[in-house]
Design a protein around this ligand. Structure first.
Ligand code: SAH
Ligand code: SF4
Ligand code: F3S
Length: 466
C-alpha cells in the first residue's frame, strides 16, 4: 500500500523517540537556501534524525534565513521568539539559525536570542554534523568565518524525485550598491565541471530527469577556475559546462538560474539554442529600465545591452519565457526614471517579474545615501509596476491556449488525484489527466505531450495527446 507523505512523516515521528530525535527545517529566501536546506536535511538524516510531524514537536529546529530585505529578516525573529519560549519548557530542544541572517548578525544574534545553540552562515551548511557535535559537547557555537566550501558527500534530502538543484557556483563577486548578498555569501567559488557532472550522473541514475544549475550569478561560473585564455574568455564558462553535461544519458532537461546580464554572452545564447535539453526559460534580473539608476546600482550594463540580450534570445528561441527582478524606489529614482522601468517591462513583455521596493540593508553603500525615496512613493510605484507586470504576464500567458506542449510530469496534483502536474519547458506549472488517449497511464518522470485548454494566472490545464 502506498503511504502518503503525511502518513510517512507521522510514522517517522513515532519512531523518532527511539532514534536520534526529530528535526524541522523552515526555509526562507532563494533557491540557494532551498538547496542548502535539502543538503542539511540529508546530513541530519544521515546522523539518525527523522523529519518531525510539526515544528512544535521537533527536537531540533533549524531556520534557514534570508536577509535580502528588511521584512525577510524580521520574519525570522517572530519565528525564533516562539521556539525560544518553547526551549524553556523543553530544554533538550536544539535551536539553530543558519543562512544569511546568521551570517550577517553572527554573535549579536546570540545576544538577542540566548536560547540559540548554533548560528551558522551559508558557507558552513555542509559542516552541520561537525557543528552539532560541538553543540552536543555543551557549547554554544557560532560558525560565520570565511570558509572554503567542501564537496558534500552525504546525500541531500531532496523534496522532488524528478527535479533537482545542483549547486554550481557559490557566492557573489559583484558589488551592487543595494545588496547584502556578497557580504553574507562570500566570494565566488565554482565547483569543478567533473564534480558537477558526477553529481548529475548520480541523480539521473536514481531517477531524476531535470536539473537546475544554481548560482547567485550562474553565468559568472568558472571565473575563479583555472583555464582563462589570453583573450579573456575561459574554458570553464557556463557555456562550456552546458556542453560538458549535456550528453548525460537519461537526463531530459537542464535549467539554470540566476543569470546576470553582465555575463550573458552571445556564445551562451547560441549554446542554449543548440543544446536540446536546455529549456527555454531565462531568469535575467534587469533591476531598472533607466541607465543612470543602473549606474548608481553598479550593475555594469545598460538598458540597451539588456535589450540586445533579450532580442538575441527571442531571435534564436522565439518560444522563450523571460522572467526578471525589478527594484522600485532606489535612492534618487525620479518619477520619470521609474517610468522608464514601466515602459521597459511593457516593451520586453516579461512572462513574470519579481518586484520589490528598495529596502536599505546594513553595510551597503546605497543605505547611507541621503537621497532616499519616501516609503509612500515606493508603495505607489510598487503598485503601479505590479499592475503592469500582471498585464504583460497575462498577455504572455494567452499564447499557450491550444498549444501542444511537452510537460515533464513531476507528481500527482494534490487537489485532484486523477491529474498529474508538471512544467512546460518554459517553466509553467501545468495540470493534466493522468490517463491519456488509448488508456495509457502516465506517471512521474514521463514526458507527456499536452494540449492546453485552460489558462490561469499561474498555471495551465490540458489533456494528453499522442
Ligand atoms: N544575483 C541576482 C539577484 C540576487 S538577489 C542578480 O544580481 O540579479 C534577488 C533579488 O532581490 C535581486 O534581483 C533584487 O531585485 C532584489 N534585491 C536585492 N537587494 C535588495 C534590496 N536591498 N531591496 C530590494 N530588493 C532587493
Ligand atoms: Fe546582489 Fe548584485 Fe550579487 Fe546579485 S549580483 S547577488 S544583486 S550583489
Ligand atoms: Fe536571501 Fe541569502 Fe538568498 S539573503 S535571497 S537567502 S542569498
Amino acid at each position: 500500500m502506498l503511504t502518503t507523505r503525511k502518513e510517512q512523516i507521522q510514522e517517522n515521528a513515532e519512531v523518532a523517540e527511539h532514534i536520534r530525535g526529530s528535526y524541522w527545517i523552515t526555509t526562507f529566501g532563494c533557491q540557494m537556501n532551498k538547496a542548502d536546506s535539502e543538503r542539511m536535511a540529508g546530513i541530519l538524516e544521515s546522523m539518525g534524525y527523522i523529519e518531525a510531524s510539526a515544528e512544535l514537536h521537533a527536537d531540533l529546529v533549524l531556520f534557514n534565513t534570508c536577509t535580502i530585505r528588511d521584512n525577510a529578516e524580521q520574519k525570522v525573529y517572530s519565528y525564533l521568539g516562539r521556539q525560544a519560549l518553547r526551549k524553556h519548557s523543553h530544554p533538550h530542544l536544539k535551536l539553530i539559525v543558519a543562512g544569511c541572517v546568521a551570517q550577517q548578525e553572527g554573535e549579536s544574534l546570540l545576544r538577542r536570542v540566548p536560547e540559540l545553540d548554533l548560528v551558522m552562515g551559508p558557507q558552513h551548511a555542509n559542516r552541520l554534523e561537525t557543528l552539532l557535535q560541538q553543540v552536543d559537547n555543551g557549547q554554544q557555537v557560532i560558525a560565520t568565518e570565511e570558509n572554503h566550501i567542501l564537496e558534500d558527500l552525504t546525500t541531500a534530502r531532496r523534496d522532488s524525485k524528478i527535479c533537482a538543484w545542483v549547486n554550481v557556483i557559490y557566492g557573489c563577486n559583484e558589488r551592487c550598491t543595494y545588496c547584502v548578498v556578497p557580504s553574507v555569501r562570500g566570494k565566488e567559488q565554482s565547483r569543478s565541471k567533473e564534480a558537477i557532472r558526477e553529481e548529475i550522473e548520480q541523480l539521473v541514475s536514481s531517477g531524476y530527469k531535470e536539473i537546475t544549475l544554481l548560482g547567485q550569478n550562474i553565468d559568472a561560473y568558472g571565473r575563479d577556475l583555472p583555464g582563462r585564455t589570453i583573450k579573456g574568455s575561459f574554458k570553464n564558462s557556463l557555456t562550456d559546462l552546458l556542453y560538458f553535461i549535456h550528453d548525460v544519458e537519461g537526463l531530459e532537461r537542464i535549467r539554470f538560474a540566476t543569470s546576470h546580464p553582465r555575463y550573458f554572452t552571445e556564445r551562451l545564447i547560441q549554446a542554449c539554442s543548440d543544446l536540446s535539453k536546455v529549456c527555454e526559460h531565462f531568469h535575467i534580473p534587469v533591476q531598472s529600465g533607466n541607465n543612470e539608476i543602473l549606474n548608481s546600482m553598479a550593475r555594469g550594463y545598460s538598458v540597451e545591452r539588456y535589450k540586445r540580450i533579450i532580442d538575441k534570445i527571442k531571435k534564436l528561441m522565439p518560444e522563450s519565457a523571460i522572467t526578471s527582478d525589478v527594484i522600485v524606489g532606489f535612492p534618487g529614482e525620479t518619477d520619470s526614471q521609474f517610468k522608464n522601468t514601466l515602459s521597459l517591462v511593457k516593451e520586453i513583455g516579461f512572462d513574470q517579474v519579481n518586484t520589490a521596493a528598495y529596502s536599505p540593508r546594513p553595510n551597503t553603500p546605497a543605505a547611507k545615501w541621503t537621497n532616499q525615496v519616501s516609503e509612500d512613493v515606493k508603495v505607489k510605484r510598487l503598485k503601479l509596476i505590479n499592475q503592469t507586470v500582471e498585464e504583460t504576464a497575462k498577455e504572455r500567458n494567452a499564447r499557450y491556449l491550444n498549444q501542444a506542449l511537452e510537460i515533464l510530469a513531476e507528481g500527482i496534483n494534490p487537489k485532484d488525484s486523477k491529474q498529474l502536474m508538471g512544467r512546460t519547458r518554459t517553466n509553467r506549472l501545468t495540470f493534466f489527466d493522468a490517463i491519456g488517449p488509448n488508456n495509457q497511464i502516465y506517471k512521474s518522470g514521463d514526458l507527456v505531450k499536452v494540449q492546453i485548454n485552460k489558462i490561469r494566472s499561474f498555471s495551465l490545464t490540458g489533456t494528453p495527446i499522442i
